[in-house]
Design a protein around this ligand. Structure first.
Ligand code: RIB
Ligand code: CA
Length: 307
């Protein structure tokens, strides 16, 4: 068994990533820590609790930061739906999270499993940064941190230069990127190139016919409309799930080590992940960056998780 802890701003792609981990027989999800991002914190907490229940799992869910470290919260409800899961009328209310703050849960779980805990982050890095600021030594106790965030190469999705998770809380991202953790960044470029689903590809998964297969497709309703209208895609894309797939089986992607810095300015200077591809800054690489991925292997893993 491998120990995982997952930090998420639970919306329509996060829920699929959570499901993939919860349904993986050799992974023990020790905790799910929730952060505001795609949707306000209370909705993200309810969405995580709903997903855990749907999977028949018992991973504890902790509520974390309701806003970025310094900035106001900017959500993406226009992308994922007001409720974050496609506004398809799911019963997403009334569930109770575990007691305690997510940043404390992160510290407790990492300390309890020092050297044997994989952290997967699917949202803004506010909770993770808070835990690291409180206890910097955590960085050496996380076996590996898989970050869905930033851009390995190419264009942004929230501004021309920035990806949403990093852009929402750039200060938190800077803390994490400079923490010394062993880290892999799976940028939105990987999702845009290897994790898109057009109508037929989505229907192929939905035809598996299980409640989970229908769930993972139906909750993409708003994301599909948005992606086709705004992101020049033929359907929806699944950034968090392809990141989770790589965390589950690193061989599905290819990587290069780079120095990556995060900008904390405003406008076009906000939340850029600056990848020093040529090493011109002469600073030691601290981030493994996914440069390509195997779509077929990812889709096979996704199909298995809902079958
Ligand atoms: O930019 C994509 C990321 O932002 C994904 O994690 C998605 O869920 C949103 O949080
Ligand atoms: Ca997310």
């Amino acid at each position: 068994m491998r120990n995982f802890i997952i930090d998420t701003d639970t919306a329509s792609d996060d829920a699929v990533a959570l499901l993939m981990a919860l349904r993986q027989p050799d992974i023990d999800v020790k905790a799910i820590t929730v952060v505001a991002g795609n949707v306000p914190l209370p909705l993200a907490v309810q969405n995580a609790l709903y997903t855990v229940e749907l999977c028949g799992a018992d991973a504890p869910v902790y509520a974390g930061c309701a806003k970025p470290l310094l900035r106001d919260l900017e959500t993406a409800q226009d992308v994922h739906g007001r409720d974050g899961l496609g506004d398809i009328g799911l019963p997403l209310e009334g569930r109770t999270p575990a007691a305690g703050h997510a940043a404390d849960a992160l510290r407790e779980v990492v300390n309890a499993h020092a050297g044997d805990i994989t952290l997967v982050t699917l949202g803004p890095l506010t909770n993770v940064a808070l835990a690291l600021l409180r206890e910097p030594e955590l960085a050496g106790r996380v076996s590996h941190c898989w970050i869905m965030g930033g851009i390995g190469s190419g264009h942004g999705n929230v501004t021309p230069t920035a990806e949403f998770n990093i852009w929402v809380d750039p200060e938190a991202a800077k803390v994490v990127y400079e923490s010394g953790m062993k880290m892999t960044m799976v940028g939105w470029d990987i999702s845009w190139r290897y994790a898109t689903f057009d109508a037929e590809q989505a229907a192929e998964i939905r035809r598996i016919g299980t409640p989970l297969a229908e769930f993972v497709i139906d909750i993409q309703a708003t994301l599909t409309e948005f992606s086709m209208r705004e992101n020049d895609l033929a359907g929806f894309d699944l950034p968090d799930p392809i990141t989770m797939a790589a965390a589950i089986d690193p061989s599905i992607a290819q990587y290069r080590d780079y120095r990556v810095d995060v900008t904390t300015g405003e406008g076009l200077e906000r939340g850029i992940t600056v990848v020093d591809v040529l090493g011109v800054a002469k600073r030691a690489p601290q981030m493994r960056v996914a440069t390509s991925a195997n779509r077929a292997a990812f889709v096979d893993m996704l199909k298995r998780s809902v079958s």
